[in-house]
Design a protein around this ligand. Structure first.
Ligand code: ZN
Ligand code: ZN
Length: 193
């Protein structure tokens, strides 16, 4: 198994060299995630936990497959996990790729692009009907059926950042600044309509 701390250290010193700040980041290996390569979670002001799928750290996997994901998550940290995969996140990712052309930081990456056989994909695509996103960190909430959350999304907060949820449609229609403002307003208890 590859040394995650070593690969992460390499990515962080590359960011340091071009002056991109990412705060305090703790890395861990995720042995359970089947559907995601990596995840960045806000733990406090400027403190982030990033976990990377063990699948990417196998000895037979290319180093760059792991480093692209580590860098992807570090860019979330550098953005304060605010912009999802748009806005400032995109701008920082572009700056990293400009400085280090070996990187290919994508919003999402297929199994095939990571060098895995597509047949490895353990989950079949689920037919979600309801899509919501957190205004604070962009986390997705997807449901196949209209359950408790769908009946009253306003009553729920994001487990990652305590943000409020809106439909994915509304989320996409807002700029990062508008999302932040709406999030603050909803947290403060403003009711809409
Ligand atoms: Zn991401
Ligand atoms: Zn959130």
């Amino acid at each position: 198994m590859k040394d995650l701390q070593k690969l992460a250290g390499e990515c962080m010193s590359q960011l340091d060299r071009i002056g991109i700040k990412y705060g305090t980041v703790r890395f861990s290996v995720n042995t359970r995630a089947k559907k995601r390569w990596g995840q960045c979670i806000v733990r406090g002001a400027g403190v982030y936990d990033i976990n990377i799928s063990a699948r990417l750290l196998g000895d037979n996997v290319d180093d760059m497959a792991a480093k692209n994901t580590i860098m992807h998550e570090l860019v979330h940290a550098a953005d304060g996990c605010r912009s999802g995969h748009r806005g400032r996140w995109l701008a920082i990712a572009a700056a990293v790729m400009k400085a280090y052309p070996g990187y290919d930081i994508k919003r999402t990456t297929s199994n095939a692009e990571k060098g895995f056989d597509e047949e490895y994909v353990p989950s079949k695509r689920l037919e979600y009907k309801y899509f919501y996103r957190c205004l604070g960190c962009g986390a997705e909430a997807k449901y196949k059926k209209a359950g408790r959350f769908i009946k009253n999304p306003g009553a729920y907060v994001c487990i990652k950042c305590r943000g409020k949820f809106v439909t994915a449609e509304e989320y996409d229609s807002l700029t990062p600044a508008q999302r932040a403002a709406l999030n603050r307003a909803l947290i403060a208890g403003m009711t809409r309509k």
